[in-house]
Design a protein around this ligand. Sequence first.
Ligand SMILES: Nc1nc2c(ncn2[C@@H]2O[C@H](COP(=O)(O)OP(=O)(O)OP(=O)(O)O)[C@@H](O)[C@H]2O)c(=O)[nH]1
Ligand SMILES: [Mg+2]
Length: 213
Amino acid sequence: MEAIWIYQFRLIVIGDSTVGKSCLLRRFTEGKFTDISDPTVGVDFFARLVEIEPGKRIKLQLWDTAGQERFRSITRSYYRNSVGGLLVFDLTNRRSFEHLKDWLEEAKMYVQPFQIVFLLVGHKCDLVHLRQVSREEAEKVASAFGMKYIETSAKDTVNVEESFTILTKDIYERVKRGDINIQEDWEGVKSGFVPNVVHSSEEAVKPGRKCPC
Ligand SMILES: Nc1nc2c(ncn2[C@@H]2O[C@H](COP(=O)(O)OP(=O)(O)OP(=O)(O)O)[C@@H](O)[C@H]2O)c(=O)[nH]1
Ligand SMILES: [Mg+2]
């Protein structure tokens, strides 16, 4: 029964190099954190199931993109087939916060003709003494972008589950409302794998039931 899901969502994680995208994904999918993390080359792939309501699971296909400029031509091609994403900046790196507008503009341009739902993530919240962006400031930017905002730490496991769950629930509600539709030529949302109803062994071999032939 493990691998049963009602939908599959494809999500992308974007933001400047070193903001901590790969660490956030590794914490979410493998429960691990390392202080040394190589820059992503092009795009990496992760996957995980999340249970948004008891018994309702969604499979997430997660694309971890390289923040470095030289990989931009590769990473751009992943927007179109993503239904949602985490737009990540580093709370201790003001420039990564200032670049958010550029990331969003690029995403909007390359996702056409589809739509993408983002959650704004202020990462490395464990580094309290090095903070360069206040929560109030980030919340203002998020609301100007029409997004929710959350602060995370892969190192201390703060809001890692929550960030992916909030985004997944947000997308799920839009799918339920019909604001987002499954489309043949689009990988953003896929209908899930639902098994045939399995009868209990008692029901399947009811005593006294005769063969109809
Ligand atoms: N203190 C702290 N450091 C973190 C956290 N997450 C990541 N880091 C560190 O930040 C550095 C960069 O992390 P990565 O996850 O490789 O960054 P990235 O955004 O994937 O970078 P690119 O792949 O180049 O785009 C590494 O040294 C991590 O150990 C965190 O939550 N807290
Ligand atoms: Mg990376």
